[in-house]
Design a protein around this ligand. Sequence first.
Ligand code: S3P
Length: 175
Amino acid sequence: MDNERRIVLTGFMGVGKSTVARFLASLLKCERIDLDAFTEQTEKRTIPEIITTEGEARYRQIETKNLRRILSNKEARIIALGGGAWTIEENRRLIKEQNLTTVWLESSFEHCWRNIRASKRERPLAKNKQQTQRLFDERQRFYCLADWHFIVKPDLSSFEIARKVAEEVFSMKFN
Ligand code: S3P
């Protein structure tokens, strides 16, 4: 097994980054950090509060500041990004500088949209289907810059996806 490698999970809202990161960390028995959760803890506000009161541009600055802090914690080998973080050039540079491997969890827009609708989490940048679909389309060109690419089919559970990532990216063997 590859004991050194650190990864970031990226992909659109609703694809399941946080849940896959949780299973992956438990399979690898290592620490993980969720950028959105970290931001909410350190800012003592929810992300929707930050975006609605200060705007998306300010939110991105806060997100980058928190990403820097997370990246400096070498114990956290699995990092789940928020869906927009990898689309920011500075964030991609910081991640590459630290030699992390990036994994894109890709799924269809309809699959992500179903999960967004079913989730209790408020997502200020995914309020209506048409705009969200546009955002999804615009972001594909950034996501495909990731080092690895896993297609998340709707019939795969988050645990199965985590296992695939563990097998392929971390060379873990399962019976
Ligand atoms: C965002 C995705 C959210 C969160 C914020 C902005 C985006 O995270 O970071 O609402 O721009 O795609 P999830 O991808 O975990 O929903």
